[in-house]
Design a protein around this ligand. Sequence first.
Ligand code: SF4
Ligand code: SF4
Length: 221
Amino acid sequence: MIFTENKSIAEILETLGAEKNIFLLACNGCAEVCETGGESALLGMKAELEKAGKNVTGTALVDFLCNKVLVATRLAREMDKLKQADSMLVMTCGVGVQAVSRIVDIVVHPAANTVSLGGLQGLWPSDERCQACGDCALDYTGGICPVTSCAKELLNGPCGGAEDGKCEVDPERDCGWLKIYERLEKIGRLENLKKVYKPRDHSKMLPSQDLRKTSFYDLEQ
Ligand code: SF4
Ligand code: SF4
């Protein structure tokens, strides 16, 4: 189970900026349980976007957005509506947003923050891709997580130590920031690199008291 919390609608509208035509995609798995996905949350988000003057070119629900095959199969039926969109807003966890970013070549915005990977995780190796930082930056990094892809978890660009595209901490790994650069170049968002990302609030990595009282956090189990 991957736990997520909705970003505020104000933050979502700020990240969408001048993008007018939005394709809305929601997860029907863990996110539905957290009420950050599922049909009712998707319809609620559609109404919020339309109230804010956005044009929703299409919507889709996928049982597990962390499963790239399911995502690719479902989105193949929506290509016409996707082509009309300036970007996608994706209602799911950080793993799901990264899976979608691997499938489409348009800007993908997360609608939620991942706060915990308690219990069974997603269908795509989860903790390697998301550390549940509680303040998802995938919008700014083109759908590649800077926390898990960079050995130093840097949020504002590379450390400068990479050699031949490999990380100076672990030469077996590609430099995460090189991959972020290549992705931003591909989707035409290199200007994101000029933004200064706010310092991480590490207290957001701690799940809420309510969540910590559930069986997912029972250390005796
Ligand atoms: S930035 Fe990375 S660690 Fe944080 S919620 Fe997004 S995917 Fe997870
Ligand atoms: S070389 Fe790249 S991945 Fe490694 S720590 Fe530096 S910026 Fe991060």
